[in-house]
Write a protein that binds this ligand. Structure first.
Ligand code: AMP
Length: 221
């Protein structure tokens, strides 16, 4: 059983790196942001409660986040373990998590703020199939259209300069201190997130002593 937390500022590649770790290690990728986005897109009651907060780039209340995380982990569909991404994001969430679950390692992706801005503001998403694009490194073949399903691409509602500023501020003020809390008990693996996705994945595996990364499909970011 492997239980990892992946942390890092927005745009540092947490989602991509989690997916790459999960595929061949049979781990379940739990993204709290994806759970909220799914609820917003599907107009659930929870979605209605978090939509405005998310669009502004602010953090959803701790009680709601903790109940979503508890419910998700209680499903126990993660026989070989999980990678949790986007949680915890402040001291209280970290304390809650450490009281309830044992973690094997914390993966911390490091990326300078100017690179974050460059990456995040060029990010595009297919709202139909969920495929991510990046206008710098991973452009769609036809401008504005998804390569997989042909749907029109959108910008995430919280990928605006204003919302990004709010998220960066929250990250530095509230999320960085989580590393200090984890650091008291867990090993934190600092990883340089600037190289390509494959290289970053290999560094994670080297540091965690995991089997080497074998690309199944070519990645362009
Ligand atoms: P992400 O995809 O991880 O950037 O999350 C998107 C949005 O979901 C964030 O900007 C927050 O509004 C909300 N969110 C995700 N995870 C958390 C969390 N652990 N605590 C509070 N809000 C969160």
């Amino acid at each position: 059983m492997r239980k990892f937390v992946i942390m890092g500022v927005q745009g540092s590649g947490k989602g991509t790196q989690s997916e790459l770790l999960c595929t061949d290690l049979d781990l379940v990728h739990i993204s709290v942001g994806d759970i909220f986005r799914w609820n917003v897109q599907n107009h659930t009651k929870l979605g209605a409660q978090v939509r405005r907060t998310m669009t502004a780039g602010e953090l959803v209340g701790d009680d709601m986040v903790e109940s979503v995380v508890r419910e998700r982990l209680d499903r126990h569909d993660w026989n070989f373990g999980f990678v949790i991404d986007g949680f915890p994001r402040n001291g209280r969430q970290a304390e809650f998590f450490m009281e309830s679950y044992d973690i094997d390692a914390v993966i911390h992706l490091e990326l300078p703020d100017d690179e974050v801005r460059r990456r995040v503001l060029s990010r595009r998403l297919c709202p139909n199939c969920g495929m991510d694009y990046n206008l710098i490194a991973d452009r769609p073949e036809v401008e504005g259209r998804c390569d997989i399903c042909g749907h029109e691409l959108i910008t995430r509602a919280d990928d605006t300069p204003e919302a990004l500023d709010a998220r960066l501020r929250d990250y530095h003020q509230k999320t960085r201190p989580v590393l200090d809390i984890f650091g008291r008990k867990e090993v934190i693996h600092d990883i340089d997130a600037r190289p390509s996705a494959e290289e970053v994945q290999q560094s994670i595996r080297d540091q965690l002593g995991l089997p080497p990364y074998k690309p199944a499909v070519a990645l362009s970011t």
